[in-house]
Design a protein around this ligand. Sequence first.
Ligand SMILES: Cc1ncc(COP(=O)(O)O)c(C=O)c1O
Length: 391
Amino acid sequence: MEQADKAMPFTGTLNHVKPTIFTEMSALARETGSYNLSQGFPDFPVEPELLDRVNHYLRKGMNQYAPMAGTPQLRQAIVNFSEALYGASYDAEREITITAGGAQAISAAIATSIREGDEVLLFSPAYDCYIPMIELAGGTPITVKLAHPHYRVDWDQVKRVVNHRTRMIVINTPHNPSGSLWEEEDYRQLAEIVGNSNILLLGDDVYEHLVYPGRRHLSLRNFPELRKRSFVVGSLGKTLHVTGWKIGYCMAPENLMKEFQKVHQYQVFCVNHPMQRALADHLEALDFGSIGAMYQRKQRYFEQLLAHTPFKPLPVSGGYFQLAEYGHLSQEPDRAFAERLAREYQVATIPLSPFYRDPTDHKVLRFCFAKDDATLEAAVEQLKKVKATPD
Ligand SMILES: Cc1ncc(COP(=O)(O)O)c(C=O)c1O
């Protein structure tokens, strides 16, 4: 008989994966009582009308399973804004699925498309969920680095690594963590590369409405030639400051979406019903420009505040993260520096090296500025105290 208290030997399929840097830094923020500018979620209130709408649908009895692809109202509302913003007409009946956040849409799109031996190209630094999802599907992630400090795509390098095994290219714009944006020329280069191939595209557009002065978010949805091979992912959690609701979407042409739904139905079947109903009403009345304007003001404000600290902010075009360099202050590795910043100065941030597969450390930290002004101000007061340390 085995002893009851002895754990059974077990190696999971992602045994090599450690808790994410976001979990780690949020735990450190709690432990040290730090201002938490690490994880990407807003700390300001949700619009009361949206909460009232959820309450309404909860009480109205919308408490059972939603349709597998999402409620028709929410699918239609997303299709409507996609048409208005990107000139892309998707069929609300056949070409969109409501998902458990952007993350599940990414996971389902990869599980739908990738088989053993397929290569998936992505750009690093990269949001952390792509690689484990590719590996779970049996694929091989191939990373191309975005060059610091502008974090733009080097198309010559892309051309060198794309080959007959490349099955998918993952695009994230506005980009987490750098805040860089793809331009029309990037999509032109991409179109040239995928031209006559069977390469699929996965567009992670979760920060689609957060774009800064004079810039415009261009999505795979803008380009009909690319759209036909694309899964495009969005997040209502990111857009409407309700990341905890985990509601997102995936859009794709009918033949791709049909296969996507075969995976989605067995991953989750459907997602939160009353919230979908509330979000549909809310989106119909929403001025998307006001969200961009609110974050733009915040980004500018935070950058101005940072100018009074010893950190060197890098340019941001979209998303809700501000990168800043600290290499002139310390040569500590970024993880160690971020940990010390939390322990000694009570500001939690995210070091950039975990967004890479190979050791890459440009001495850069990521700050999430989707926070109340008072939180940003208090954090910056702490950052002003940071002193250069001798090498
Ligand atoms: C680039 C990127 N993609 C996807 C997600 C996941 O979005 P959601 O919270 O809607 O699952 C995030 C969340 O931080 C993200 O930053």
